[in-house]
Write a protein that binds this ligand. Structure first.
Ligand code: HEC
Length: 146
């Protein structure tokens, strides 16, 4: 019983003193920790091949596959990486995927376009050094007849 009273008294003292006490770390240190925590979060969400493969399969491999017209094929990690700097340049310039009609004027069925976020995903992956990750996690490659 007496112990209880001492504990409560101690707790009460702590709580009443709290506003006058210095916090254990400064605001600056707090943001420092927050900053590094957010960096480690971002790097754990690093883009690897399995994240960009579906975009290539949806937007590029209808032409860029073995047997297709262009000589570059994006149907696997090892076939894609030799072309990353050209891919980045063509995505940035809008040269690829080829689609000349102006999408702000009128829209067509089966447009060969790529969304801004898909484009950003591929470019971020290339800028990050195009890591392979576990390529077995990529979705199955579409099958083409020619
Ligand atoms: C409608 C068919 C088609 C689609 C879809 C397509 N390409 Fe191409 N691409 C071509 C052809 C044809 C060439 C080769 C002739 C040329 O250079 O213009 C080519 C060439 C390229 C080149 C070679 C470099 C260059 O600039 O000449 C790159 C890189 C490329 N494509 C990237 C892509 C990417 C990335 C996608 C998907 C986002 C894509 N392409 C989608 C048809 C296509």
């Amino acid at each position: 019983m007496i112990i209880n009273i001492v504990i409560w008294k101690f707790l009460y003292l702590c709580l009443s003193e709290m506003p006058r006490m210095k916090p254990p770390f400064s605001i600056r240190q707090f943001f420092f920790i927050l900053f590094f925590a957010s960096i480690s979060l971002t790097s754990s969400a690093q883009l690897v091949y399995k994240d960009v493969a579906p975009i290539f399969y949806n937007r590029c491999t209808s032409c860029h596959h073995p047997g297709g017209h262009p000589p570059e094929h994006y149907t696997s990690y090892s076939e894609t990486v030799p072309w990353v700097s050209l891919i980045k340049a063509d995505l940035n310039s809008g040269k690829m995927p080829p689609w000349s009609p102006d999408t702000t004027y009128t829209r067509f069925l089966h447009e060969r376009i790529i969304t801004a976020s898909e484009k950003a995903t591929i470019i971020n992956w290339i800028n990050a050094g195009y890591p392979a990750g576990d390529t077995m996690l990529a979705p199955p490659v579409p099958v083409y007849n020619s």
